[in-house]
Design a protein around this ligand. Structure first.
Ligand code: SF4
Length: 453
């Protein structure tokens, strides 16, 4: 059977889509190649959120095509995901060596289309049509198909919905992922249960705007939104120890969701709350749907329910029209919110989004300068907040050996990485560690005293 190599760009949703495609192909008998150099099929799962991500994927495909077509002319090359969706046929016009362009509602067709291409029945396939029910097709997991007996991952991602209706003026996601469509609760619960039965202890529920989950399909019950009903249903699964979700929208955090942090012990006390800006003027221009006061009020509510909650965010600097005063408001928001960490992005105009045509596009130098200033502030706050954890006892879920060194890695409930001297016997365990010291966005722990064995 042929072998396939998938390279993924972008967010956790893309990682999850790639895993589902890999699992779908593995179930059909494909082997998963360790590198593109030995693969019969090379797929790039792409991101459109920033121009740089698109250029990287195109550059990568140009290099692969130049190499592969010279030495291995039968290899099938394909683009999947967001850029495939937004550019479609253009990609083949630009890169005629590409055989397959598969949009965001068509991941489940990968095996069928690859069969046709490999058998020579078709020369090129481009499919970026919308498909009803496609939100329920990202459900296969590689770990469930394993037959090698090796320990599987202890945490897994589960896709609960696709699309977004918020239409933030800078964002291409509503164009690449379409309208919000949610899977049914029993379907998601069945997938989570199967993962738990196979050793998964932590599940992260995924979607472009998870707080909108089930908004149209699931009526509120006893004051609980569809999303909180889903959290409660997943919480019932035996063997599952931890639940997380990403990405939420601050305006979707109703009181029921805030209360869930106090009512559902498996729901980890961590929240990724994309702020994007600290200036009401900019928030309005971005079409975010909340004010600075509302945003900070939400953080206050969450910290009242769970004082130790870890809060991270996304911020854009250099949005069109952003003045020094607006930027100062973002700096002061970061200080007031006391984020544990933040992903800071330089605004990148995306084709067909309203912000790309707004006046006052910031020059590159200004974006870089604001990016560096905000990052310095975020790092200083993060360093202090991590330092505050030294001396505390924290529960970690042990994930495996660290990729960067001899230590092992665990994750706290508030979503901080802890490195410690571990071994295979620790894998998958929930255990308490005492935090000995803190680095920048990493904690160092000692489990020995608290976990004698
Ligand atoms: S809520 Fe998120 S995914 Fe939706 S449009 Fe805004 S930034 Fe994009």
């Amino acid at each position: 059977m042929p072998s396939v190599y998938i390279k993924t760009y972008g967010c956790q949703m893309n990682e999850r889509d790639s895993e589902a495609v890999a699992a779908q192909l593995a179930a059909k008998g494909y082997t998963i190649a360790a590198s593109e150099a030995v693969a019969d099929v090379i797929l790039l799962n792409t991101c459109s959120v920033r121009d740089m991500a698109e250029q990287k994927a195109i550059g990568k495909m140009q290099n692969i095509a130049a190499d592969v077509r010279r030495n291995r002319p039968d290899v099938v090359l394909g683009f999947l995901g967001c850029m495939a969706q937004s550019r479609g046929r253009q990609l083949i016009d630009q890169l005629p060596d590409v055989d397959l362009v598969l949009g965001t509602q068509k991941f489940h067709r990968a095996a069928e289309y690859l069969d046709e291409l490999l058998a020579g029945r078709r020369e090129k396939i481009i499919d970026t049509e919308s498909e009803s029910g496609s939100e329920a097709t990202i459900k296969e997991h590689l770990l469930l198909g394993r037959r090698d007996g090796a320990a599987g991952p202890v945490s897994a991602f589960v896709s609960i919905m696709q699309g977004c209706n918020q239409h933030c003026t800078f964002c291409i996601v509503p164009f690449t992922r379409g309208e919000e469509r949610s899977r049914a609760i029993p379907d998601i619960v069945a997938e989570c249960r199967q993962l738990a039965e196979n050793g998964v202890k932590e599940i992260t529920l995924l979607g472009q705007i998870v707080t909108s989950y089930g908004r149209r399909e699931i009526p509120a019950r006893e004051g609980r939104s569809g999303f909180v009903q889903l959290l409660a249903a997943v919480h019932e699964i035996e063997g599952l120890e931890r639940i997380r979700f990403t990405s939420p929208h601050p305006k979707g955090y109703g009181d029921d969701l805030v209360a869930a942090y106090g009512e559902l012990p498996k729901l980890c006390e961590s929240a990724h709350l994309p702020a994007q800006s600290g200036s009401d003027r900019m928030l309005k221009a971005m079409h975010r749907g909340y004010t600075r006061e509302k945003y900070l009020g939400l953080i206050g509510k969450l910290r009242r329910v769970q004082p130790g909650i870890g809060i991270t965010t996304d911020i854009i600097v250099g949005f069109p029209g952003e003045t020094e005063e607006d930027f100062d408001l973002t700096l002061s928001l970061a200080r007031e919110a006391q984020f544990d960490n933040a992903y800071v992005f330089k605004y990148s105009p995306r084709q067909d989004t309203p912000a790309a045509a707004m006046p006052g596009q910031a020059p590159r130098g200004l974006k870089e300068e604001r990016h560096a200033r905000l990052l310095e502030e975020i790092n200083a706050i993060g360093k202090r907040r991590y330092q505050e954890r030294v001396g505390q006892t924290m529960q970690i879920l042990v994930e495996g050996p660290s990729k960067r060194g001899p230590r092992w890695t665990g994750r706290t409930r508030c979503n901080k990485i802890v490195l410690f001297d571990g071994s295979e016997r620790h894998r998958g365990r929930l255990m308490d560690v005492r935090i000995e010291r803190a680095g920048l966005f990493t904690l160092y722990g000692d489990p020995a005293i608290l976990n004698p064995d």
